[in-house]
Design a protein around this ligand. Structure first.
Ligand SMILES: [Zn+2]
Length: 203
């Protein structure tokens, strides 16, 4: 099986599966962009996350090939997860319909943990039933449930750079941006504004 590199353009920050799904809705030069717009991009994005998905309840991820309906479901899940994330960040109650979508997709593929003994002791593996694409959707929805119900929920933030739509987990008191690149652009814009206001004093 060949793994295709993902070329859909969405940043993969690696801070969590649900976060990476949210961030497939991103912005390119201030315009909204969809990194999983086609079944091909949705499949390539999924395979790019294969190692993490395999460990998180989608053991058959390598066989996942998302068709139109699967890509629609993936985008519906993203929309619901972004909706809930927006509500969480604003300390509001998420909409019932967003919550229903996440719960419905989490139930697509039952997951359980099995144990085995190797030479150096016990190891556990997450197993799952269902088709590969159901496993992927189920694992992503379950990761979202874990995110919103766990300790990380209070670290969830929307990037502070105007026009950026990415979510991240605040892992440092001064972190306000999704990536160092966004922070650098904000600082550059502030420096430009400062120089300009020096040149053109307000009357
Ligand atoms: Zn950003």
């Amino acid at each position: 099986m060949t793994k295709t590199g993902y070329e859909g353009g969405a940043p993969i920050l690696g801070e969590g599966l649900a976060l990476d799904l949210m961030n497939t809705y991103h912005a390119v030069r201030g315009k909204p962009a969809d990194g999983i717009a086609s079944p091909g991009d949705a499949t390539a994005w999924t395979l790019q996350l294969a190692d993490r998905l395999r460990a998180s309840g989608a053991p058959a991820v390598d066989d996942a090939r998302l068709l139109d309906a699967d890509a629609d479901a993936l985008r519906a899940l993203r929309s619901a997860v972004r909706g809930i994330a927006g509500a969480v960040v604003a300390a509001q109650r998420p909409s019932d319909s967003d919550v229903d979508v996440v719960n419905r997709l989490a139930a697509l593929s039952p997951r359980w943990t099995s144990i085995a003994w190797a030479a150096d002791g016990a190891t556990t593996t997450t197993q799952a039933a269902g088709e590969p694409t159901s496993q992927v959707l189920g694992a992503l929805a379950s990761d979202a449930i874990n995110l919103f119900s766990g300790a990380d929920a209070e670290r969830l933030r929307l990037c502070n750079r105007p026009g950026c739509v990415l979510f991240f987990l605040k892992d440092h008191p001064r972190r306000e941006w999704c990536t160092p690149a966004c922070g650098a652009r904000v600082r550059a814009a502030r420096a430009y504004e400062k120089r300009r206001s020096h040149r053109e004093p307000a009357l």
